[in-house]
Write a new protein. Structure first.
Length: 226
């Protein structure tokens, strides 16, 4: 038998202020081969305090994060962005009590969102999807975000270009799919970027465009599983 310290594990941290739910999440993830609980606590500040002293070998690959904490401030999207920029993948487990907060956390870089009303199987699937650099969103949340009045109004061609580009196609492939020249496809994407910037949501890279398309419901979060 291979000693535990020699095995390859995905390390997961959990932030959840409700003890029973936190313990059940720990049980679910410990039952998964290849996962190890690196840390579990009530609040994000507690997690950040632990993270500052954690060794490289103890640092988690994924943080399972509850956004709303009873009698304490909610999670700050700027903090989430800093964690994502530092290389941490984040899965939100939310009661969806504040859709605007959830949207802001997605825009800050969270890789997935599941509702506390979703099944335990969905939670486990979401964990694996985000660990593997995929994305996960519940149908419920996707419908909420799709109706976001702050979403930029795109033309049909701009939307087609965004969806194709965000789905992984090259600029040349996008142009061929739409039936236009490469420069025209680039113009569509430039207009998309300009409209997002005007809405206060600047997108500069292909990754930014992909995340915006996912967050605003243009791209099916389950498409990669088919």
């Amino acid at each position: 038998m291979i000693p535990e310290e020699a095995r390859a594990f995905w390390r997961v941290a959990i932030v959840e202020d409700h003890l029973l739910q936190r313990r059940r999440t720990e049980e679910l993830l410990r039952a998964q081969e290849g996962l190890r609980i690196a840390h579990s606590c009530e609040t994000l500040p507690q997690f950040l305090g632990w993270l500052r002293t954690a060794t490289v070998r103890d640092r988690p690959h994924l943080l399972v994060l509850d956004l709303m904490v009873d009698r304490r401030p909610s999670v700050d999207p700027h903090t989430v962005r800093a964690l994502v920029d530092a290389g941490l993948r984040i899965l939100v487990i939310s009661a969806l009590a504040s859709p605007p907060l959830v949207k802001n956390i997605i825009r800050a870089g969270a890789g997935g969102v599941v509702s506390k009303r979703d099944s335990e199987e969905d939670i486990v699937s979401a964990v694996w999807a985000v660990l593997r650099r995929g994305e996960w969103m519940t149908t419920e949340l996707a419908s909420v975000i799709a109706g976001d009045p702050g979403r930029p109004a795109l033309s049909i061609q701009e939307e087609r270009a965004l969806v194709l580009y965000a789905s992984g196609l090259t600029l040349d492939a996008v142009a061929a799919s739409i039936g236009v020249k490469r420069d025209t496809a680039k113009q569509y994407l430039d207009r998309v970027k300009a409209k997002y910037a005007a809405a206060g949501r600047p997108v500069r890279t292909k990754l930014d465009l992909g995340r915006a398309a996912w967050a605003d419901g243009y791209v099916d979060p389950y498409a990669s599983d088919s």
